[in-house]
Design a protein around this ligand. Structure first.
Ligand code: FES
Length: 56
């Protein structure tokens, strides 16, 4: 599903970023340029990130 409409970023992009070694939510945001436009996706993106980490 799309998490960030401004940048076309999906939940899979976030998970792939974690799998590729992003060590923090800040790093995921930086790598993907996530939540850098309107910022509305920040909370949902954080939830996707947290729930993926908790799934390990
Ligand atoms: Fe992500 Fe706007 S929806 S910056």
């Amino acid at each position: 599903m799309y998490v960030c409409l401004c940048k076309g970023i999906t939940d899979k992009h976030i998970r792939d970023s974690v799998d590729a070694g992003a060590g923090s939510f800040r790093e995921v945001r930086r790598q993907l340029d996530l939540a850098s436009q309107c910022g509305k996706c920040g909370i949902v993106a954080r939830e996707v990130y947290d729930s993926y980490l908790n799934s390990y």
